[in-house]
Design a protein around this ligand. Structure first.
Ligand code: NAP
Length: 243
């Protein structure tokens, strides 16, 4: 039986094992997908020794960037982005890929319109890098927003009406608002949002975060992270099977 899995920590509310095991059952694929919570990334080589039959792994918080030194090779996209959410294990060793980026690209593209020329990206972690790479490829000017104002980002309290008029696409790549912290929302000035804005939240649980709800109440177009999640999972499946 083929073995696939997910590394990260903690993995208590994770989606991928359920998604892949249902897919394997439905499509009569003789494989299993398991969650491998690693409290410390230093346990990764031991995991590989324990499960030499592993053919593919997904990587989630907090290891998408720190996993890179453990990999023999990186695909060009993962290298450009600097984050890996998918690993293929085969005769060539361990190769890192980024399917978050393609999952995001395929799901935001249909929503982008001519008036969307500039984007605010909330958060500066691994997902933020993939989102920025794709939006810049799509021709949008990007500005990062962070709690600290580091890494060339602006702080939330610097956002004003003029900036929200200019940056009409706003992507939440922070965990603020994710279950069980669903009463939180990134601290942007929601009162300046209009029907001309597009709000995209990478969070998929709850389906409507407070961020999206506040945007919808101002008339903005909104999109949650569920389709991206399916896209990155199917993208990983294609990578593992060299499709
Ligand atoms: P990460 O590397 O931990 O980065 C998250 C960033 O958010 C941090 O760098 C931080 O930036 C900011 N942040 C953290 N806690 C915050 C808080 N309480 N309030 C405001 N900002 C906060 O995580 P990630 O891997 O990029 O993932 C981020 C989110 O995207 C997670 O919710 C994850 O589930 C989701 N995601 C979804 C998909 C999908 O397919 N739908 C794919 C990937 C990720 P600053 O310190 O600069 O503020």
């Amino acid at each position: 039986m083929k073995l696939f899995g997910l590394i990260g920590y903690p993995l208590s509310h994770t989606f991928s094992p359920g998604y892949f095991n249902e897919k394997f059952k439905r499509e009569h694929i003789h494989a299993e997908y398991r969650a491998f919570p690693l409290e410390r990334l230093e346990e990764f080589p031991e995991l590989l020794n324990l499960y030499p039959q592993l053919q593919g792994l997904n990587v989630t918080i907090p290891y998408k960037e720190r996993i890179i030194p453990y990999l023999g090779r990186l695909d060009k996209l993962a290298q450009d982005i600097g984050a890996v959410n998918c690993i293929r294990l085969d005769e060539e060793g361990l190769t890192g890929f980024n399917t978050d980026a393609s999952g995001f690209r395929d799901t935001i593209r249909p929503l982008l319109q001519a008036r969307h020329k500039a984007a605010l990206i909330l958060g500066t972690g691994g997902a933020s890098r993939a989102v920025r790479y794709i939006l810049e490829q799509e021709g949008l000017e990007c500005l990062l927003v962070s709690r600290t104002g580091e890494k060339g980002a602006v702080k939330y309290n610097e956002l004003d009406r003029d900036m929200l008029e200019r940056y009409t696409v706003i992507i939440n790549t922070t965990p603020a608002g994710m279950y069980p912290r669903h009463e939180e929302a990134p601290a942007i000035p929601y009162r300046f949002l209009t029907a001309g804005h597009l709000l995209y939240d990478l969070i998929y649980n709850p389906a409507e975060t407070l961020f999206l709800k506040k945007g919808r109440q101002q008339g903005a177009a909104v999109k949650n992270g569920y389709d991206m999640l399916i896209g990155q999972a199917e993208g990983s499946w294609s990578v593992w099977n060299k499709i």
